[in-house]
Design a binder for this molecule. Structure first.
Ligand code: MN
Length: 282
């Protein structure tokens, strides 16, 4: 297996969005506009309710998918179709906004904690105006694969050792794994050649090993490790163990024109989105 190495480390930029929710943004910031097919990655979380209590009141999306993964706490969501619910710890919402949806996302603490991720995944031009669709996945519905040495992998999307992820039918054939590595263990994960891939470490210490006898690149917290092309990724935890997201997807190779919550292929399509939203056509 030809191992992927770390091409680039992109530190998060502390920012805020919605009604003042504090975020660590890696993809979709000034340094990295996008990592085709990924448009945005935010880590949100705080023990201070004031950092997010305003939440993300009603806002639109068109032309892509938003993926929310909660580690701790709750996210109340309601949308223009009348749907709504609460995402709890360990749950995932894969929302295909398609031609348009207006929704609110309001974080809440549980036992003093609130933490999670939001990833934006682009849609190919042919699907940008599809009907909106939700995949709401409860924690128990996410398959967990146990590897060697107690390594545990939650398969949100993609495939691990023949186990298919909970989310399916997505255009860019995504891999979305939450990998927990006990102290001093490692894991090798095949990732389709040609797919864009990155690793985001959020607990402990995790390194990327580029070859069996090669040097390790440690990935700091709040930092995106963009991986080279290859057939797979080898991750190793330090003495404290570690936990990381490993995410990959098929690049679209299409023009990306973004304006806030609208991501299309041309200026004209962005203007159409603005006009449609203002006219209440979402
Ligand atoms: Mn949203």
């Amino acid at each position: 297996m030809k191992l992927r190495s770390v091409n680039n480390l992109v530190p998060a930029i502390a920012t805020s969005d919605g009604a003042g929710v504090k975020l660590n943004r890696t993809i979709g910031g000034p340094v990295l506009d996008n990592l085709d097919p990924f448009l945005l990655l935010d880590e949100f979380g705080s023990e201070e309710g004031a950092d997010y209590i305003g939440g993300f009141p009603d806002h639109p999306h068109r032309g892509f998918e938003t993926v929310t993964y909660m580690l701790n706490g709750l996210m109340r969501h309601e949308d223009s179709t009348g749907a709504g619910g609460t995402l709890g710890p360990g749950s995932v919402q894969w929302m295909t906004a398609g031609r348009g949806i207006v929704h609110s996302e309001m974080p809440q603490q549980e036992e003093g904690l609130m933490r999670g991720f939001q990833l934006w995944v682009n849609l190919p031009a042919v699907d940008k105006m599809c009907a909106p669709r939700y995949q709401n996945i409860e924690p128990a519905e996410i398959p967990e694969v146990e590897g060697a040495d107690g390594v545990r992998i939650r398969v949100i999307a993609g495939e691990v050792d023949g186990t298919l992820g909970a989310v399916g039918g997505i255009a860019v054939e995504p891999t979305y794994l939450d990998i927990l590595l006990p102290p001093d263990t490692s894991h090798s994960q095949p990732v389709a050649s040609g797919h864009a891939a990155f690793c985001y470490v959020f607990e402990g210490e995790v390194s990327i090993i580029a070859a069996e006898d090669g040097a390790a690149t440690q990935v700091p917290h709040h930092t995106l490790a963009i991986l080279s092309d290859g057939e797979g990724v080898r991750m190793r935890a330090g003495a404290e163990g570690g936990q990381a997201l490993l995410i990959a997807g098929k690049p679209l190779g299409e023009p990306v024109v973004r304006y806030g919550p609208f991501v299309m292929n041309s200026r004209e399509e962005i203007q159409q989105a603005i006009d449609d939203y203002r006219a209440g056509r979402f």
